[in-house]
Design a binder for this molecule. Structure first.
Ligand code: ADP
Length: 623
């Protein structure tokens, strides 16, 4: 017999074991889900090897998971005929490498003040979860590679484990023998185990036997005809697939014959399932070829912006022995992805018919979905599905472009939008004033990505999408005012030549021009971009290019505003008065601040104090 080695668990695993063995859990039963899921993975891998006709140990063995119970000795054993592990594999897989999400899990536990009970149910902690119920575990494994020696691994779930190679031959696969803790006796009962399997592992694609009796039902639900599947079965499958405890928001069951034959069962989760934030980059659908799992979470089957969709795809049109490398350029895969994308978008349109459910969808996945602006092939469908905040809707409400167009003014020739960090900020933006006066709806873009959406779409049903700050004023002016003129005075261009000249002189190269505004009603001034790009977009570009320069823009002033009228008087009578330049500089800086370009707050603050000082001095003199 080869020598027994005593080894230490890696630090991260020791921490995990510490939590697992010393906490009290309400959901200990999920240890079985984790072990069965590992066994099923091992069987999937074996089946994958089989299709490659590699030489295997025990080629005839049934692909199955068998559980035996021994209540008298408080022992259960879970055996699979999967790929098994070699000595080196068992050391790496079960002693060294922790589950990919372990670090995130540990961080979350610390955050929650050590209450792991509900976390553990939502998060697979893999093999080690067995130590919630076990005080001793022995794993015996025999690799599918015929020449590899069988191995034995055992641990009490503390700092160390023992491994050794065995001289005797074992049948292919892995067998995990668990000695239950005294208070975990219930898990030695056949009925209890059967109930847990039905609840958590019913859709495992291999038979699961407990003491010889097959417990789970049929796999491959996606291959069954739609009418034969109940809503409950779909929900059950969804929960099995995602470990979510809620029902799916929407279920999509496809059976496609052309251009490629495939079946797919897809789900839209009601919220981001990724509670731990570790799966942001992990999306994709499980790819089966004739019910054999080829690759789980396969990215090429669905574009990233629809990455919230979970599910399985099964085709007959790929060879079973396809390698993962050649999958990548495969035309069949690409065609399936195109069909899936179109179908998902069509289904989302159906979902949108129920605004409350669509709002749930948008809240959960809207941000990711907006990345779809780059999917030019599906622009039309995408444009129907995006939602925005709007001047014509409450803060919680979202509107579609279709809604906007339905209620737009008769002579309105564009769809208008404006970006800002918040609804409040946009409503105070001088650029919306003329829209308010004319009673025109403005879409509020609160996230940077919204601008990319608008830039990419450009038009919706023949109407151009225009940033309010760059709107063609000649088109707006001809529209009637929505509010009576007495309430919001309509600006009339007086003779402001003296002020405009003074301002041009004072601001010099920093502006391209100073002119009287037709868009302002209540603000004294604002900046307008001469080239038609929006300030938000410009700032994003600057951040990307690490550029901190202030762009040159046109300063527009409101000729009706009392401040401007008074400055005009000063400019006409005492153009050299230092107060004039102080005031003009402040107006300019305030406009920069509103556009997000103020780079030197200290100068701004200093100038504000000078202004206040000057104003109070004049007040004193006037007394
Ligand atoms: P995860 O399954 O998330 O990778 P686990 O801690 O559950 O994490 O398992 C670690 C690794 O141990 C698995 O990835 C797999 O390589 C191996 N393993 C676990 N159980 C088995 C099994 N029954 N047969 C073969 N390999 C297994």
């Amino acid at each position: 017999m080869s020598q027994m080695q005593e080894m230490e668990f890696k630090t991260e695993i020791r921490q995990l074991l510490e939590i697992i063995t010393h906490s009290i859990y309400t959901s200990r039963e999920i240890f079985l889900r984790e072990l069965i899921s590992n066994a099923s993975d091992a069987l999937d891998k074996l089946r994958f090897e089989q299709t490659r006709s590699t030489e295997l140990r025990d080629p005839e063995a049934e692909l199955a998971i068998r559980i035996t119970t021994d209540p008298k000795n408080r022992r259960i054993t879970i055996t699979d005929t999967g790929i098994g592990m070699t000595l080196q594999e068992i050391i790496t897989n079960i002693g060294t490498i922790a589950h990919s999400g372990t670090a995130a899990f540990l961080a979350k536990i610390k955050e929650s003040g050590g209450n792991a009970s509900n976390l553990i149910g939502r998060f697979g902690v893999g093999f080690y979860s067995v130590f919630m119920v076990a005080d001793e575990v022995t794993v015996r494994s025999s690799s599918f590679q015929p020449e590899a020696k069988a191995v034995e691994w055992s641990s009490l779930g503390q700092e160390t484990y023992q491994v050794r190679e065995l001289e005797e031959n074992l049948p292919r696969g892995t067998s995990i023998s668990i000695h239950l803790k005294e208070d975990a006796e219930e898990f030695a009962s056949k009925d209890r185990l059967a109930a847990i399997i039905k609840k958590h592992s019913n859709f495992i694609s291999f038979p699961v036997y407990v003491d010889g009796e097959k417990i789970n039902t049929v796999p491959a639900l996606w291959r069954e005809p739609k009418f034969s599947i109940s809503k409950e079965q779909y929900a059950e499958f969804y929960k099995f697939l995602t470990l979510d405890s809620e029902e799916p928001l929407h279920t999509i069951h496809l059976s496609v014959d052309a251009p490629v034959q495939f079946a797919a069962l897809l789900f839209v989760p009601p919220r981001t399932i990724d509670v731990f934030g570790i799966e942001r980059d992990v999306h994709g659908l499980d790819l089966y070829v004739r019910r054999v799992l080829i690759q789980s979470k396969y990215k090429d089957l669905i574009p990233e912006y629809l990455g919230f969709v979970r599910g399985v795809v099964d085709t007959e049109d790929l060879p079973l022995n396809i390698s993962r490398e050649t999958l990548q350029e495969n035309l069949v895969v690409r065609k399936m992805a195109q069909t899936i994308t179109k179908q998902v978008l069509a289904e989302l349109k159906k979902l949108a018919e129920d605004p409350a459910r669509y709002a749930t969808f948008w809240k959960a996945h809207g941000r990711r979905f907006k990345m779809g602006y780059a999917d030019f092939a599906n622009h039309e469908a995408f444009a129907e599905l995006v939602r925005f905040h709007s001047s014509a809707a409450g803060p919680e409400e979202l509107v579609s472009l279709a809604q906007y167009v339905e209620r737009k003014k008769e002579d309105q020739k564009a769809i208008y939008y404006l970006s800002g960090p918040s609804r409040d900020a946009i409503e105070k933006n001088p650029h919306v004033e003329i829209f308010r006066r004319k009673g025109l709806e403005v879409l509020y873009l609160l996230e940077p990505i919204d601008e990319f959406v608008m830039e990419a779409l450009r038009r919706y049903r023949e109407l151009p999408l225009e940033a309010a700050e760059n709107a063609d004023l000649s088109k707006l002016e001809t529209l009637p005012d929505a509010t009576p003129a007495s309430e919001t005075p309509s600006p009339a261009t007086g003779d402001l030549d003296a002020l405009l000249a003074a301002m041009r002189r004072i601001l010099g190269e920093r502006v391209t021009d100073v002119r009287a505004s037709k868009r302002l009603t209540t603000s004294p001034a604002c900046l307008v971009s001469p080239d038609g790009s929006t300030s938000q977009m410009h700032r994003i570009m600057q951040i990307l290019a690490k550029d901190t320069s202030v762009p040159k823009k046109i300063l527009e002033i409101n000729p009706q505003h009392p401040l401007m009228m008074r400055l005009h008087t000063i400019a006409s009578q005492h153009p050299e008065d230092p107060f004039l330049s102080l005031a003009v500089e402040s107006v300019f800086e305030a406009a920069l601040l509103q556009d997000g370009y103020l780079t030197d707050p200290h100068a701004f603050v200093a100038r504000t104090y000078s202004l206040l000082e000057e104003a109070s001095r004049r007040y004193g003199e006037a007394q």
